[in-house]
Design a protein around this ligand. Structure first.
Ligand SMILES: *Cc1c(COP(=O)(O)O)cnc(C)c1O
Length: 398
């Protein structure tokens, strides 16, 4: 049976807002529209109460206290605040930051900017599996190191870094540890205490919440992390992020967290089964396909595959009733192969032939069957049209 078209399977780029999230948000656009900073009337109190309830809900999901939650406009801003905020506040202690090659641009470009103003940045390499080497990390830390910024799950290949082990090293060396958790919070367990995380970025629109709202978790005890604010103004969020709070967005983010907390075990199980079905359906019917990144240390909802002899963009056009992505959405406008796949040592040609499948809450088994079928028929057709691929094929598989 054909599903409703087009099929959305790009949930690492963004997710649809869950209807239950929309319902929770709606009153905060209309009858409960108050400014959470208005201290002298009912409208303000109602908004403030909603924000404080949201803070508690989000804190529960990541195991921190509500006072450690700072609302922002999303994970990009949270990453900027964490990295620039530490660089400025700890200038007296040092100027060295350690990060790694497959970070989101929100981290890499922030580090690049800081390099221009006197910071030193070490960017750790990753192996073919997409994982950093913990010994590399240990060796990179110097007395001048003030921050380690390593993501939890990667947005292109879904690879999950050993965050708990990194947290131990950071603690041992007395270095602040920032984690971009935009792809992991709500999908797999995240515990800032257990993992030794000091700063953590969250984005609502990756977890079935609205766009334009996120969180930076800022540790207040063992150690108390100091941050320089990036946005000054009314002193909101304990002076760390001024600006009138996006109350409907914050309520939506909290509802999204509540749903993820409740449904995570079943949802990750279901999506893992669907993802494996998609993988099998594609790889059992096509030769010369390659998985990019570790299959073991990986989000249950991500698959990243290269199809030899096929241009990723030609494949995308061929399956135009299926929304997937070649490389990352942020770089697919350019002809550069994905820097993430390059960091894994994937040859350019193979990186150009890669497709990211991001499954999500609203995908069905019928959609998985349909997508696999469309991919297989399109890859076969494109390969038949490619004299180079046909010529290069071993005789046995012709
Ligand atoms: C989406 C994403 C971001 C950016 O989040 P926004 O809320 O869109 O700013 C940062 N890091 C990772 C890993 C992401 O997946």
């Amino acid at each position: 049976m054909a599903p409703k078209l087009p099929v959305y399977m790009d949930n690492q780029a963004t997710t649809a807002v869950d209807p239950r999230v929309v319902d929770a948000m709606l009153p905060y656009f209309t009858e409960k529209f108050g400014n959470a900073a208005s201290r002298n009337h009912e409208f303000g109190w109602k908004a403030e109460e909603a924000v404080e309830n949201a803070r508690s809900q989000i804190a529960r999901l990541i195991h921190c206290t509500p006072r450690e939650i700072v609302f922002t406009s999303g994970a990009t801003e949270s990453d900027n605040l964490a990295i620039k905020g530490v660089a400025e506040a700890y200038r007296g202690k040092g100027n060295h930051i350690v990060t790694q090659a497959t970070e989101h641009k929100a981290v890499l470009d922030t580090c690049k900017r800081l390099e221009k103003s006197g910071c030193e940045v070490t960017c750790l390499p990753v192996g073919r599996d997409g994982l950093i080497d913990l010994e590399d990390l240990r060796r990179a830390i110097t007395p001048k190191t003030i921050l380690i910024s390593i993501m939890h799950a990667n947005n292109e290949i879904g690879v999950i870094q050993p965050i708990e082990e990194i947290g131990k090293i950071a603690k041992e060396k007395g270095v602040i540890f920032h984690v971009d958790a935009a792809q992991s919070v709500g999908k797999i367990p995240v515990d800032v205490e257990k993992f030794g995380i000091d700063l953590l970025a969250i984005s609502a629109h990756k977890i079935y919440g609205p766009k334009g709202v996120g969180v930076l978790y800022v540790r207040r005890k063992n150690p108390r992390v100091e941050l320089a604010a990036m946005i000054d103004g009314g002193g909101h969020e304990r002076g760390l992020r001024s600006g009138t709070l996006n109350v409907p967005g914050i309520v939506g983010l909290a509802k999204a967290c509540e749903l993820c907390e409740k449904e995570m075990p079943q949802e990750s199980e279901r999506l893992g089964v669907l993802r494996d079905k998609l993988k099998e359906a594609i790889m059992s019917r096509l030769d010369d396909t390659f998985i990019n990144g570790s299959m073991v240390h990986r989000l249950p909802n991500n698959l990243n595959v290269s199809f030899a002899g096929v241009e990723g963009d030609a494949l995308l056009m061929g399956i135009n009733d299926v929304a997937v992505s070649s490389g990352s959405a942020c770089t697919s406008a350019t002809l550069e192969p994905s820097y993430v796949l390059q960091a894994l040592g994937v040859p350019d040609e193979r990186a150009h032939s890669s497709i990211r499948f991001g499954l999500g809450r609203f995908n069905t088994e019928e959609e998985v069957d349909y997508v696999a079928g469309r991919v297989v028929e399109t890859v076969k057709r494109l390969r038949e049209l490619s004299p180079l691929y046909e010529a290069a094929k071993p005789q046995s598989s012709r």
